[in-house]
Ligand binder design. Sequence first.
Ligand code: APR
Length: 233
Amino acid sequence: MSDSIRNIVILTGAGISAESGIDTFRDGGGLWEKHRVEDVATPEGFARDPALVQRFYDARREAVQKVEPNAAHRALAKLDAEWEGDLLIVTQNVDDLHERAGAKRVLHMHGELLSALCASCEQRHKWSEPLVGNPACPGCGAEALRPDVVWFGEMPYEMDRIYDRLRRADLFVSIGTSGAVYPAAGFVRDAREFGAHTLELNLQRSEGSYWFDETRKGRASDLVPEWVAEILG
Ligand code: APR
């Protein structure tokens, strides 16, 4: 373990899963080029056309079960297993590739595709099947299951826990995110304010690159294993 670094917070975005074959949102051909955010990723869109939204997430839930973690996910899982200090992988991603690579200390701030949320009893259930047929909630029986994904206009999960970790971080690393969506896009500034060193690993400079002490440009499957080897030195 590097002597001055004990507590690490890692933020990941769609770019870490791109090489596993999962579309990012804002790159060419990305999800937001094919769908209007307001139609498929807002509570209003869901109220307007629930079947459209359910089908959008059903397709992504099915697709995520057909892809594999890549070298970047595996490198972070290795770091998670070997790092003796505090470590938290805060992911904006709703895939389960960090967990399938073996990472344990993972926090899904935007929810998870493989989870269903009951709008009636608010219980969450592991879920790998379609939701478009309005299956009954295993808990309360209501036909009110929705994707357990945080939509625009909704509050991301576990923000208090995230800010608590950012306050104590010695190192904040951002991987594969465009820095386009808050609150995640602001984490680098919070970390800096509390004295953390900040590193960005991304295919290209992001909207938040200005705030990082260091930006390394390249593919996550190259940059992340290299950085993990460095930090485990
Ligand atoms: N390696 C590293 N970075 C990559 C790679 C790669 N192979 N491929 C793409 N990237 C980078 C892109 O350069 C871009 O900066 O990943 C970033 C992906 O940005 P977005 O598509 O905006 O995804 P993300 O930042 O995760 O979006 C944040 O926006 O729509 C919401 O809720 C959604 O969680 C998502 C949030």
